[in-house]
Design a protein. Sequence first.
Length: 430
Amino acid sequence: MKQLKLLPVMVCLMAQPAFAQQDANTEAPKWTYKMSGFIDPQFWMDTREVVSAREEQMLFYPAPKKLDADGNDINAQPSNNALAITARIGMKIGAPDLLNAKISGYLEGDFTGATNDGINMLRLRHAYLNMRWEKSNLLLGQYWHPMVAHEVMPGTRPLNMGIPFHPYSRYVQARYTQYFGGLELSGIAAFQLDNKAVGPDGGSTAYLRNSCIPELNAQLCYRTDNLLLGAMFNYVLLQPRTSVDVKFYGLDGTTVESTKTYKTDTKIGSTAVSVFGKLNVSELSIQFQGIYGDNLTEQGLMGGYIESELQDGNKYKYSNFGTTTFWVDLGRTKGVCRPGLFAGYGRNNSFGDDLNANDKVFGRGIDIEYVWRVQPRVGFYPSDYLNFFAEVEYTNAAYGKKIEDAGKYHYESDYNVGNYRFIVAAVLNF
């Protein structure tokens, strides 16, 4: 990507740093600014309604059947759309060395907005500073969530980037990496913002903040010139509520005589493990990632947690439901014509488990047994700065029907539904 020396301004987001006064005979420290980005209008058509975000550009899976009075599926409705909100602008900042470290920073935004209501508004994607020593590295700021192995990413063009199989989110974090030859050991503490956990008050960062423990992640990677293999462990602790309303009933057992509010600090911990890898062979790139974990909703995957009825007066009982996913991506990395293929599979680990009728479920995909996707693509690269893409994304979801019996319910497999998405895009890199 062509990089341009930038004047000390980037759409009013940055200003030239103020330098300390220098001695007349001392050269001022050198700062560098390099700008990059792209414009990429995308056009697509779906063969049915989908579960999605950002005006349906971020597709999760096809919507379930919705039958009318005659048994016709209302959601079997094709549609099309076009957006350019993923246009991106970024700036790499080089700072003078300090504390024996190479100092750099990166600032990047696009126009997808932080929520659906914010579409076309500038959104912060990355904003971090980096300190690199000979055998270690410290990153501070907003960057890819630790579950996103940033060097192992699907080569697809649409905004969903492999969701709901590949995690896709960014967190503010402190990430320290130690290098041991070809081995890399990283520890990360991360905090939510745009990608919030879900709970009684909808999407909110409060559930993580109230636990007083950031999301924690540990990673081990092995690297050679053409190979990257890694594994990670992730832990998140949420406190969904700080208070609870308890109803007191009369002698008849049905009439509520009073309601009292009590403080509660019940928490739920969730874990996830992942393995990932990338192999470059000549002009071919092979990438994969497998994940097994609970409550990965904020990563764009299925999963979440269940809140049961009050236990022990002012205590809630929580339990996780999670997902197992695996994806692989094959693609040519050089040449004018660059074909590729993405394939993913995800399963709800708790599908069919019994739930109490009054249980509340916070998450995504509780009524889905499994989802799979096949997504062939071809890219046309007549130059470094102008590219064209065409993709076909077929996603199939196996939905279950809710079975209720004696105050409990569970899901049983019912039907599969699929959606074809046809995508074309043009990209101008700068």
